[in-house]
Design a protein around this ligand. Structure first.
Ligand SMILES: NC(=O)C[C@H](N)C(=O)O
Length: 541
C-alpha cells in the first residue's frame, strides 16, 4: 500500500480555505485506507461504464439518462454558457431511438458509447448542426458532413448534445475571444474556464455532458482542463484525424478529449484515434484499446509505479509560476515517488524559447489557413459585386480583433525581408525544442510540469493584455512544437473562489505513448479517489 499522502505538501495553505474545500482537501489524507483490491472502474470512476452497465441491465433507459444530463445542463447553462448550440431535441430523439433498438433486442444497439452525451467544440464540423468556430464569419454555417472524430463517436453510440464555446478559431486562452458569449468557470463564475476549449472543459466539469472533444494547438485542451478540474488529453500529432476540424495552425493542431476521469478519456480516445483516409496527416499506427490496461491494474501491489522514471521540468517551477501551483506540483511529484517511481529534476534549456517560436509559427500558419474566410468560399457579409470589396468587408466585419491581429502578425513574419528573421528562426527553435524533449525522454519515461502557471483567473483580467495572455501558454506550447502526447490530471487546489481552485498536473510522453500516460494518470487519479473534483455549482443547485 502506498504510504499516506502528505496532504499539506500536495495542497497549499488549505487551513485558510472555507469549510467545504477544507473538508475535501483533508479527505486526501485518508489515502491509507484506499484502494482495496484490483482496480476495476465502477460508477464512481467511470461515467461511461456506469451508463453502459445501467443500459445493459435494464436499470435505466437512454431517455432517462439523457433527461438527467439535460436538466442539469438547463439549470447550469444560464451562468456557465458552455454551449453555443444545444441540440436537446435531437439528443432526446436519439436516446428514444436507442431505447427502441435495445427493447427490440437489436444485437449491436449498445455500442461502446451508447447513451453517452458528448459535447463537441464548435470548430469541429457537425452535420446539419451549426459549426461556427466561435466566429461571426461562420454564423449560420451548417456543414453537410461530420468531422471524422465526431462520426466515430456517433458510430460508437454517442449522442452529440451540443457545440461548445471557444475562442474564435481557437485563438485565445480564456474563451472570452468567442464572438458569441463568455463561458464561466464552474468553480467560480467570476473566473475564466481557460481556453480555447473552455466550453468543452466547463461542460464536463459541470457534468452537462459526459465527455467532450476539444482541439489543442498550443494548450487549448490542457490549460482549460487544469482550470476546470477535469482530465484533458492532447494526443500525439497525427493520432486523431483532423478531417472536419477548422484549421488554425496545421503543423500543431490536434483533436483532444476531456473526461471527468482518466478511464472515460481513454475510452473516447480509443474510439476517435486511428488512420483516416480523409486526412493524410493521420497516422496509420495501430490503436490499442487504451482502457484495457487500466482495468487490469492491480493496486494490491504496494508500489504500482515501480521502475517508472519521471523527470520534473525545472524550468516550469521557477519565476512567474504561482507558489500555490508549484507546491501542488511538487506534492504530486512526491506522491508519484511514494507510488514507486523515481522523480528527478530535468532541465530543458530551450524551454523558454518555445513561447515566442509558437506564436510566430501558429500566427504564420493561421494567416494562410484563414484566407479561406474571404466572403466567397465562406462568410459573405456584403452584397457588393466588387471582389476586393467582398473580401475586405467580409473579413473586416466577420473576424474578431485577436484573429485579425494574428493574421497580421503571421503575414508580417512570412513576408520577404522578415521571413529569415522570424519564421525561419522560429523553425530552428522548434528543432531545438524537439531535440531537448527527445534527449530528456531517452532518460525518463514521463516528464511532468504544471499545465498552466496559475489557476483560473478573473474574467477580463488579461483580455486587454495579449502578451500576458500568451505568457500563460508557457507550460503547453513546447509539447505542440514537438508533436508529443500529454495528459492533464487534476492534482490539487489553490486558494481562490468560494471553495478553492483546481490545479492540473501535466504528464508528457514520447510519441504514441498515450497508453502509458493514461495508465500513470489512472493510478494517480484512482489513489486520490477521496479527493473530489466536482465543482460547488453542482452541490448548490
Ligand atoms: N489554440 C490553442 O491551443 C491556444 C493558444 N492559447 C493559442 O491561442 O494559440
Amino acid at each position: 500500500m502506498p504510504p499516506p499522502l502528505q496532504a499539506h505538501r500536495l495542497l497549499i495553505s488549505h487551513r485558510r480555505l472555507p469549510t467545504p474545500a477544507r473538508r475535501r482537501l483533508t479527505a486526501v489524507s485518508s489515502l491509507q485506507s484506499a484502494p482495496a483490491t484490483t482496480l476495476a472502474p465502477g460508477p464512481a470512476t467511470s461515467s461511461i461504464l456506469s451508463i453502459r452497465e445501467s443500459l445493459l441491465s435494464g436499470e435505466r433507459t437512454a431517455a432517462n439518462i439523457t433527461s438527467d444530463y439535460l436538466s442539469r445542463l438547463r439549470r447550469t447553462e444560464p451562468s456557465l454558457r458552455s454551449f453555443i448550440h444545444v441540440a436537446d431535441a435531437a439528443a432526446e430523439r436519439e436516446a428514444e431511438e436507442l431505447d427502441r433498438r435495445i427493447a427490440s433486442g437489436e444485437k449491436d444497439a449498445v455500442g461502446p458509447l451508447a447513451g453517452v452525451l458528448v459535447g463537441v467544440k464548435d470548430n469541429l464540423c457537425t452535420k446539419n448542426m451549426p459549426s461556427t468556430g466561435g466566429s461571426r464569419i461562420l454564423d449560420g454555417y451548417r456543414p453537410a458532413y461530420d468531422a471524422t472524430a465526431v462520426r466515430r463517436l456517433r458510430e460508437a453510440g454517442a449522442i452529440v448534445v451540443g457545440k461548445t464555446n471557444l475562442d474564435e478559431f481557437g485563438m485565445g486562452s480564456t474563451t472570452e475571444g468567442s464572438a458569441f458569449q463568455v463561458t464561466t468557470n464552474p468553480w467560480d463564475d467570476s473566473r475564466v474556464p481557460g481556453g480555447s476549449s473552455g466550453g468543452s472543459a466547463s461542460a464536463v466539469s459541470a457534468r452537462q455532458c459526459v465527455v467532450s472533444l476539444g482541439s489543442d494547438t498550443g494548450g487549448s485542451v490542457r490549460q482549460p482542463a487544469s482550470f476546470c478540474g477535469v482530465v484533458g488529453l492532447k494526443p500525439t500529432y497525427g493520432r486523431v484525424s483532423r478531417f472536419g476540424l477548422m484549421a488554425y495552425a496545421s503543423s500543431l493542431d490536434v483533436v483532444g478529449c476531456f473526461g471527468s476521469s482518466v478511464f472515460d478519456t481513454a475510452t473516447i480516445l480509443s474510439v476517435v484515434a486511428g488512420h483516416d483516409k480523409m486526412d493524410s496527416t493521420s497516422s496509420s499506427q495501430d490503436v490499442p484499446d487504451y482502457t484495457s490496461e487500466l482495468v487490469s491494474l492491480d493496486l494490491l501491489e504496494s508500489k504500482p509505479l515501480n521502475g517508472l522514471r519521471i523527470g520534473i521540468i525545472q524550468e516550469t517551477l521557477g519565476e512567474g509560476v504561482d507558489t500555490g501551483v508549484v507546491s501542488s506540483i511538487k506534492g504530486a511529484a512526491s506522491y508519484l515517488e511514494q507510488l514507486g517511481s523515481v522523480v528527478d529534476e530535468v532541465s530543458l534549456p530551450s524551454f523558454s524559447l518555445g513561447l515566442p517560436a509558437y506564436y510566430i509559427l501558429a500566427s504564420s500558419e493561421a494567416s494562410s489557413n484563414l484566407s479561406r474566410y474571404d466572403g466567397i468560399r465562406y462568410g459573405r457579409q456584403v452584397s457588393a459585386n466588387d471582389l476586393n470589396e467582398i473580401y475586405g468587408e467580409s473579413r473586416a466585419n466577420g473576424l474578431g480583433h485577436e484573429v485579425k491581429m494574428r493574421i497580421l502578425m503571421g503575414t508580417y513574419a512570412l513576408s520577404a525581408g522578415y521571413y529569415d528573421a522570424y519564421y525561419k528562426r522560429a523553425q530552428q527553435v522548434r528543432t531545438l525544442v524537439k531535440e531537448s524533449f527527445k534527449d530528456a525522454l531517452e532518460k525518463y519515461d514521463i516528464l511532468i510540469s504544471p499545465a498552466a502557471p496559475s489557476a483560473a483567473y478573473k474574467i477580463g483580467e488579461k483580455i486587454n493584455d495579449p502578451l500576458a495572455m500568451y505568457a500563460g501558454d508557457i507550460m503547453t506550447v513546447n509539447v505542440n512544437l514537438a508533436g508529443l502526447p500529454a495528459l492533464v490530471v487534476p492534482c490539487g487546489f489553490v486558494e481562490g473562489g468560494p471553495v478553492g481552485l483546481p490545479v492540473g498536473l501535466q504528464m508528457i510522453g514520447s510519441p504514441f505513448s498515450e497508453g502509458s500516460l493514461l495508465r500513470v494518470g489512472h493510478i494517480f487519479e484512482q489513489t486520490l479517489q477521496n479527493f473530489s473534483f466536482v465543482p460547488p455549482l453542482l452541490a448548490e443547485r
